[in-house]
Design a protein around this ligand. Structure first.
Ligand code: ADP
Ligand code: MG
Length: 287
């Protein structure tokens, strides 16, 4: 029965840009420091502080865009993505919603045949801090070293149709990022993180099915395992005439299963608006 189903996958990859300073502040950053050692007033979101764009981060994002044949629009702009989370001191993340630094582009993979995996966009944003949960003591700690680390989010179109192709895409992407020294690509340390959006449809169907998003995938191999698990789970739900919920799920690598985290938020929930502290900026041809 199950071979009449087709899997549809779109990947969102967060990549930490190898810069010296954070994206809107002067703190340095790097893996393995003491908690809250790499912070400053801007990172902490203290009243009266203002962000300043890190040129090195913009240049690394553009370099990656050029390598994957993306368009670099003349003008790009910043937006506020609002949400509350203890590891997000300002109560919002500065990101790019309407005018990202790069559009389109593709990454070539070689599996059963040569394929171009079409990218939708590449945008710059700031990373959040980390909540560390102490299970025995029943409290949580916040480490803001990661807050404000420059990220690019690389988003593919929903054009990947097997876990093998997803694996090949991420392997190729990591190779490119390392080669041009934009990111070290260490998924175990979180410098490259991938969310997999997955849906199924009957072969030959053109419409997209309802998708689930799987997070917390800390290796390329686990991305593949999570996709394989999810493909079977979605088929089973559908064939039992049950309903697929649009939700965010997490992967448990020990049990080799995914489990529901929360229902998926839509873009409207974030109340995006243009970032008032940072003007749009021009990237001219000469630059
Ligand atoms: P969000 O930012 O809310 O996660 P986007 O619309 O930007 O949502 O999509 C994110 C990713 O999900 C993209 O990689 C896109 O290709 C993929 N995607 C969207 N719809 C589907 C679907 N029905 N099945 C599989 N992937 C999808
Ligand atoms: Mg998403």
């Amino acid at each position: 029965m199950s071979n009449e189903w087709e899997i549809v996958i779109g990947l969102e990859v967060h990549v930490q840009l190898r810069t010296r300073a954070k994206v809107f502040a002067s703190s340095s950053w790097g893996f393995g420091k003491e908690p809250n050692e790499q912070v400053d007033p801007v990172v902490l979101g203290l009243p009266g502080t203002l962000p300043v764009v890190n040129r090195e981060a913009v240049e690394k994002a553009i370099l990656f865009g050029l390598v994957v044949d993306a368009e670099i629009p003349d003008q790009c702009a910043w937006d506020r993505k609002n949400y509350f989370y203890p590891d997000l001191p300002k109560g919002y993340q500065i990101s790019q919603h309407t005018a990202p630094i790069c559009k389109n582009g593709f990454v070539k993979i070689h599996t059963s045949s040569e394929k171009k995996i079409q990218l939708n966009r590449i945008h710059i944003e700031e990373d959040a801090g980390k909540s560390i949960h102490d299970i025995d003591e029943n409290y949580s700690c916040i480490d803001l070293n990661r807050a404000g680390v420059p990220l690019v989010e690389i988003v593919t179109e929903p054009v990947i149709h097997s876990s093998e192709d997803a694996f090949a895409f991420l392997t190729e992407l990591r190779k490119i990022l390392r080669w041009i020294d934009v990111c070290d690509g260490n998924m175990e340390e979180g410098s490259m993180r991938c969310d997999a959006n997955i849906s199924i449809r009957l072969k030959g169907d053109n419409q997209l099915g309802k998708r689930v998003e799987v997070k917390n995938l800390n290796s390329i191999r686990n991305v593949k395992r999570a996709i394989d698990f999810e493909f079977n789970r979605l088929i089973e739900i559908t064939e039992n005439n049950q309903i697929i919920h649009q939700e965010t799920r997490s992967f448990d690598a020990d049990k080799n299963i995914t489990f529901a985290l929360r229902s998926k938020e839509d873009a409207e929930d974030y109340r995006y608006f243009p970032e008032p502290d940072l003007p749009p900026f021009i990237i001219d041809e000469v630059y």
